[in-house]
Design a protein around this ligand. Sequence first.
Ligand code: B12
Length: 213
Amino acid sequence: MSKKEELMESIVELEEEKVYKLVKQLLEEKNDAQEIIDILRKAVEIVGEKFNEKEYFLSELVMAGEIFQQSAKIIEPALKVDIVKEKTKGVIVVGTVKGDVHDIGKNIFVTLLKSAGFEVYDLGVDISPEVFVSKVKETNANVVGYSGLLTIALEAMKQTTEALIAAGLRDTLKIIIGGLPADEMWMKEAGADAFTDNAFEGLKIVKSWLEVR
Ligand code: B12
């Protein structure tokens, strides 16, 4: 098995230390840094699929995201550019809406988006409509993702969309909502375009909007 194949396998198997060792070796052997990133991205996607098919647990998806982020840190100097921005396919602003501080699921969605090459602005938790509006304006985002697990999050999502409409930004934006309670009723009430309670499904929806494979 080549080192590149070994790298792919060790990420999917979540062998953290082996991954970092292989990444360093491949860089030392002057392999193309972008190619290594592509292997990482592909591997995280495979882990996401395994999670989707219930072969992997949530903790394993989180772990794969962590491995991706740590490996990216090792590779970044070799690329001399921000790897996430370099492969940008679209700009996405994500946050947990006002009044809600649950962020485990949001963080998984953000990791998947980054590993797929999107430019992502993670606003954090308890984010007011005004903060969403100003970040969308500043970044010219194509997509906004609201996360929320509390019942009261629905009202905050609604207010955020209203603020985006008032700022004249809604027409050029797609909005996706996520979190355990997200369903069609929430989507309609929140004035969003899509909903999901599955981060991997969310990634697929965003990819379809931005017409990437
Ligand atoms: C962990 C947890 C906490 C942790 C949060 C830690 C953290 N950093 O997030 C702590 C302890 C802080 C917490 C606090 C509270 N919690 Co809490 N908490 C939970 C718990 C047990 C798990 C949530 C979780 O992380 N699930 C795992 C993640 C991975 O799942 P997920 O969020 O759904 O995310 C997935 C998808 O939905 C999707 N996704 C998520 N976001 C997004 C966004 C987008 C755009 C996309 C595309 C996808 C996506 O991706 C993920 C992976 O597929 C739930 C119970 C439950 N069954 O959900 C209660 C729960 C959500 N909490 C609840 C409550 C009541 C509270 C508190 C009010 C408790 C209190 N009295 O203080 C506070 C609220 C604080 C606040 N203002 O937000 C209630 C909500 C009830 C309700 N209907 O409103 C729940 C349902 C528990 C219950 N059964 O009563 N909580």
